[in-house]
Design a protein around this ligand. Sequence first.
Ligand code: ZN
Length: 286
Amino acid sequence: MKTFSKSAGAETVREVVCALCGGTDLKRWRGSLFVKCAGCGLVFQNPQPVEDELVERYDEEYFRYEAANEAQFHGLMELGLRDVGFDDVERGLPAGRSFLDIGCATGMLLSTMKRRGWREQGVEVCRPAAEYGARERGVRIFVGTLDRARFPDRSFDVVHCSHVIEHLTDPRAFVREVARVLAPGGSFIVTTPNVDGFQSRLFRSQWRSLIPDHMYLFSRKTLRRLLEESGFRILRGKTWGGLAVGTAPKPIKAAADRLAKRLNFGDVMIYRCERRSERAVPAGAR
Ligand SMILES: [Zn+2]
């Protein structure tokens, strides 16, 4: 079963070039809304809705989906954080450390971090979700996109975004903005579906992440390139998820999940990277 998505609506769409290499040699991919760049392998929706209209998809219905699944998503985020050594990051930072969760939905992870002594800040385009989080959990959430928040330079020790980067129209600008608001040596932790994983290859056009709400589908290679070109050094990376719930009997799913993690061809990937110091960023990447 595919992930929840709004259907491609009546938005204004535009043709785009490859966000990673600028390539224009694009081949239709799996007969879908997506194309694959012949130059670098990036898979993305083309044409794409424009951002101002795209954010309108994150409405009351989206909030209900997030609210209904928040405990499950929170559990997965905690497992992912453990996988990339977040506990070590936490131990290494003094009191007053700050955690930015972009696409924080109903603010459940922010609430956990606040309890653990972090100064929490969320960013969320879905207004009902953000307002719910602020009201019910007492966490700080900016309603809108990251660039609109205009956080000062070097504001955060950790920036986290789970299942967000694939929804954006300009992931390169986003990652650069993350680098700007992150303290030097700070950690950026990013989770997104893995287009090169076993499930994607098995289910082809029926892959659960091949949905209209996803603008970009990264592989380990294309995501690493984007991060490295934007001023980050990758410290840890993991993939997980062999078969989705309901696609196979439990013992087979359990075995597939273990194998996917061990062989690193899981359905979802997470990277923890560190913001390089100013001097180490290549001129062309800034
Ligand atoms: Zn490309």
